[in-house]
Design a binder for this molecule. Sequence first.
Ligand SMILES: Cc1cc2nc3c(=O)[nH]c(=O)nc-3n(C[C@H](O)[C@H](O)[C@H](O)COP(=O)(O)OP(=O)(O)OC[C@H]3O[C@@H](n4cnc5c(N)ncnc54)[C@H](O)[C@@H]3O)c2cc1C
Length: 296
Amino acid sequence: MKFLVFSDVGKNVSEIATKLRDLGEVHSFTLKSQRDAVMKSGSKKLVLLDGTSFSGNVSEALLKSDLSGYDYVFIASTPLGRDIAGIISAKTGNMIASEAFDFTIDNGKIRTKRFFFGGKTIMEEETGAKIVTVSPGSFEPSESPDSPAEETITLPGSPEKLLEEKDREAGGTNIESAGIIVSVGRGIGSKEAIEKITPLVTATRGELAGSRPVCLDYRWLSEERQVGLSGKKVKPRVYIALGISGQIQHIAGMRGSKIVVAVNKDKDAPIFQECDYGIVGDLFQIVPKLVEKLKK
Ligand SMILES: Cc1cc2nc3c(=O)[nH]c(=O)nc-3n(C[C@H](O)[C@H](O)[C@H](O)COP(=O)(O)OP(=O)(O)OC[C@H]3O[C@@H](n4cnc5c(N)ncnc54)[C@H](O)[C@@H]3O)c2cc1C
């Protein structure tokens, strides 16, 4: 079998290629800036896309690569990847299986698994889909000793124009690879109050994250720190949830955590059904105590 894998994030290409390389020949496509993250993915061919990337010109470049020569096209489910998957599906008439976090291919049929009902159940589907979008972080990438044949393609021009580039956040963040996450919910009350959590983030050497209201509705934290169904899926060793009620859409993003510690002043909050250690109380009183203990 022959697979085309695309992501604008090199690490996601390596995750998917690691899963596929024992099943057949993998041709990986990514942005030129992501080359280093894909070199050891075990891909037979690596196509680097050079130029400013938009959904239109990247899908045009992929469509020119004779997609009919591939059994399946795997695209990581990043915002750009989802757009591209839609365009390719519409232009080729091939169906998409979306948001898979695992899959098997048997006798030419693909069987995908994805979360359903806001992450409460898993939907297993056998379809005729030829395009699959894969949730980032679904597979552990491993290095292969084989080097790919490289090719660089200049992206075609695009009616979209890049006017300005802004850093999302000084220093950037990648909560998906964090070992310890301190996550705040609406219970934190204000943007200013997040500073009171900083000593805990420092003491645990963790990364700060948040629920959707905190990251998307109030913008107390940047969007890239949102955990959940419509945010990032994280798998830290320890996930500390502060003032988070534990709705299923949030749980869908942190279910893979090894140990979950929850602090909530409502003893009936659903997060207590999901945690290993639960503390009923005001987070502003509990956090300094945790920091004190950790410093000892
Ligand atoms: C399609 C869809 C996608 C969604 N995707 C996401 C997603 O990706 N991520 C996500 O998080 N949500 C998502 N949501 C929203 C989700 O349904 C919840 O609304 C959200 O998770 C609630 O966030 P929260 O727990 O921060 O706030 P709340 O539900 O308001 O909970 C706040 C909690 O803080 C506690 N609290 C208050 N003050 C304190 C204090 N001083 N000390 C301790 N505890 C305190 C309260 O008891 C309460 O339990 C999605 C919803 C939909 C419909």
